[in-house]
Design a protein around this ligand. Structure first.
Ligand code: FES
Ligand SMILES: [Fe+2]
Length: 359
């Protein structure tokens, strides 16, 4: 079960072109391409005749020709040509089409009721395209794990001390203050870790070797799994402006119940023109996300077998507070108890939103 009325990221803008691209999203095979006018289009990828993947076909103008028997479909999913017999197009001969919006360098799709497909519900990831103030590196990781397991991992950053020992972890993180705040359907899971040694990756980046720092990790989550992490270090007791920080984009799109597209990016407001720093961040992410988080999350998925999260009656510990809140919102959205369209202002508890300046 997935949240139906929500925007899902299908791809980076740069991935969608005049080449046909297919991607599985919430168990649906979706075909992505650009029209001749440059608009991004998303339609069903399964031909309704004998179920060939349209992605293997040809894009001719704004029309896709099925590779098997040549039916043609337009950007709205309507069959516009049947090359056989009298050329009549059966009424059922069409594929679904999905509203596609290009925002923040990403292609967002809506699978739910089209009347409430409000673009204003797309969370703010403007740092991804703010090239004046940030340099962004990013990519996509395919993980064989349920997207809510990955949300647990990202919203509860207590794992960094253990999974990312020697890269992102530090002893100060464990004894840091953790608070969870909710504003409408947005959850903030904030960790403030004062007066400790910086995690090794931050120590090297900050060039602060061995001196104590205050470290913050503030995660903003919006359903179904759109996260932005404000993370950084500053010399102990000094304002955050005296340190360094980055904004980390972590957007998860379920491919299926046990497979997830993980769109990640690091936007940094320093060393904008230094390709060496780009490379350092790409290597750090590869080592941490691909080398450490991915095997852990995929192993967790295997250990769960065919049981659901609730069936296994997971034990709860204090760092789970944020992730539990996110899971509850997802469950309420799926059951209909909440709605993204009307409940952004009044669903669940409402706390003051958090920000770095409050430290
Ligand atoms: S499978 Fe597409 S035209 Fe036959
Ligand atoms: Fe991690």
């Amino acid at each position: 079960m997935y949240v139906k009325n929500a925007w899902y990221v299908a791809a980076w803008s740069t991935e969608v072109s005049r080449e046909l691209l297919s991607r599985e999203i919430c168990d649906v095979s979706v075909l992505l391409f650009r029209r001749e006018n440059g608009d991004a289009v998303a339609i069903g990828n399964r031909c309704p005749h004998r179920f060939a993947p349209l992605q293997m076909g040809k894009l001719m103008g704004d029309v896709v020709q099925c590779p098997y028997h040549g039916l043609k479909f337009d950007h709205r999913g309507a069959c516009v040509e049947n090359p056989h017999g009298d050329g009549k197009v059966p009424r059922a001969c069409k594929v679904p089409s999905f509203p596609a919006v290009e925002r923040h360098g990403l292609i967002w799709l809506w699978f739910g009721d089209q009347e409430i497909a409000e673009e204003s519900l797309i969370p703010d990831f403007s740092c991804l395209v703010d090239t004046e103030n940030y340099r962004t590196v990013g990519g996509t990781i395919l993980m064989d794990a349920n997207y809510e397991l990955i949300t647990d991992n990202l919203v509860d950053l207590s794992h960094v001390e253990f999974v990312h020992e020697g890269i992102l972890g530090s002893e100060a993180i464990k004894r840091g203050r953790h608070e969870v705040l909710q504003d409408g359907l947005t959850v903030h899971s904030n960790r403030w870790c004062p007066d400790g040694l910086a995690p090794p990756a931050w120590d090297a980046m900050f060039g602060n070797y061995g001196k104590p720092v205050d470290h913050w990790l503030n995660m903003r989550w919006d359903p179904p799994a759109h996260m932005l992490l404000d993370v950084g270090v500053t010399p102990t007791g000094r304002p955050v402006e005296d340190g360094i920080m980055i904004l980390g984009t972590d957007i998860l799109t379920p491919a299926s119940k046990t497979r997830t597209h993980y769109f990640w990016a690091i936007s940094r407001p320093y060393d904008l023109d230094n390709p060496e720093v780009d490379k350092a961040w790409e290597q750090a992410i590869d080592a941490a996300f691909v080398g450490q988080d991915k095997p852990m999350l995929e192993a967790v998925q295997v250990m769960m077998g065919d049981k659901s999260f609730d069936e296994l009656k997971p034990v709860m510990i204090s760092p789970d507070a944020g992730a539990v809140r996110c899971r509850r919102i997802i469950a309420d959205l799926i059951s209909g108890e909440c709605s993204v369209a009307v409940d952004h202002a009044n669903c669940g508890e409402k706390d003051a939103p958090a920000n770095r300046a409050s430290h």
